[in-house]
Write a protein that binds this ligand. Structure first.
Ligand code: NAD
Length: 339
């Protein structure tokens, strides 16, 4: 079978990581990435040997800056089977129409609404739903995290109700514009959108979410309280999480007490950009009392959705029917589970 030709529209936090991951797949070809401004990231993409494409209105700026381009976004669309849209949320409708006109499939990210695509994706929970689809959406970093752990727990023990509080990072590490720099900011529009977003993949799950923005850049932390339909034990839940794909158990008693130590571990693992693709659960912070389960998990917002985007391409382009086969292939290419 010939390789799937992939373009990445938007080369920011998510787009650059998706491009790196696609370039590692032996069943995919990275045709190119797009940039709007001739900045250091555009130069980096060229240095990496990626095709560089720009919106029509940016052509002149790149010419003035003396940066070579391979064409416009429309030119790139003429060369690909599928585009992974990593532009900031809100450009979705504009680009969806452009992809449709070009006859290419498209994956959007969690900043867009489920209604844009009608299908939302998570490798663990609903790989098959995007099979052959023209459009799909990889859900947000927080939603991906909740699906990775709640789906296997629900499958084994049936979750009657889940109550989640998300302590959100204020901005990504590379962003010097946002905040708060010193403060905690609750999301007052309740319940937050995260619960309905989980339901775009697990519509049967009763889930209630709140969120607080905190002055940190490294990771989000989620606290989960789940009411189970049956009595269980702490050990049983830990076993479920241990065998769940892309979930990593760590122990506070080993010295991993907070998100800085998780990111230090990620640096020690030596992966691309020191990313932690797995959802990290504190094993000694899992507790079951009767029917009630409590746990904490940490989410590396810049990278947990990256393997999901690779699997979503395989589902939409009908490359691999078996979800676990795609997950294993993606994980091997990114170094997940190698240690
Ligand atoms: P970002 O701002 O880091 O990157 C967006 C990129 O798109 C930038 O390079 C920007 O120059 C480019 N861009 C802007 N306008 C464009 C246009 N008209 N055409 C082409 N490119 C354009 O944003 P991000 O954090 O990578 O987020 C991208 C998407 O991924 C959003 O939907 C976001 O909600 C989602 N997401 C972000 C995170 C995160 O924590 N950063 C996590 C999961 C999902």
């Amino acid at each position: 079978m010939s390789k799937v030709r992939v373009g990445v529209n938007g080369y920011g936090t998510i787009g650059k990581r998706v491009a790196t991951a696609i370039a590692k797949q032996d069943d995919m070809e990275l045709v190119g990435v797009t940039k709007t401004r001739p900045n250091y990231e555009a130069k980096d993409a060229l240095a990496k040997g990626y095709g560089l494409y720009v919106p029509e209105e940016s052509v002149e700026a790149f010419a003035k800056a003396g940066i070579h381009i391979d064409g416009t976004v429309k030119d790139m669309l003429g060369k690909v089977d599928i585009v992974v849209d990593c532009t900031p949320g809100s450009l979705g409708e504009y680009y969806r129409d452009m992809y449709k006109a070009a006859g290419v499939k498209a994956i959007f990210q969690g900043g867009e609404d489920h209604s844009l695509t009608g299908i939302s994706f998570n490798s663990t929970a609903n790989y098959a739903e995007s099979w052959g689809a023209q459009l799909s959406r990889v859900v947000s970093c927080n939603t991906t995290a909740l699906l990775r752990t709640l789906y296997p727990i629900d499958k084994a023990l049936k979750v009657e109700n889940a109550y989640v509080t998300i302590v959100r990072r204020a901005v990504d590490p590379g962003d010097s514009k946002g905040g708060p720099v010193n403060g905690l900011e609750p999301s007052v529009k309740l319940p937050t959108h995260h619960g309905p977003d989980v339901q775009s993949v697990m519509p049967w799950l009763n889930i209630n979410t709140m969120a607080v923005k905190a002055s940190t850049t490294l990771m989000h932390v989620q606290t989960v309280v789940a009411q189970l339909s049956q009595q269980s034990t702490t050990e049983e839940v830990i076993d479920i999480l241990r065998s769940a794909p892309r979930v990593r158990l760590v122990k506070a008693s080993d010295g991993i007490k907070s998100t800085p130590q998780i990111m230090e571990l990620a640096r020690d693992l030596g992966r691309d950009r020191s990313d932690m693709y797995e959802i990290v659960v504190w094993e000694d912070g899992v507790k079951v009392v009767g029917n009630t389960l409590y746990y904490y998990q940490a989410v590396h917002q810049e990278s947990d959705v990256i393997p999901e985007n690779v699997d979503c391409i395989r589902s939409m382009c009908k490359v691999t029917q078996d979800a676990s086969e795609s997950v294993a292939k993606t994980d091997a290419s990114l170094g997940i589970g190698r240690e």
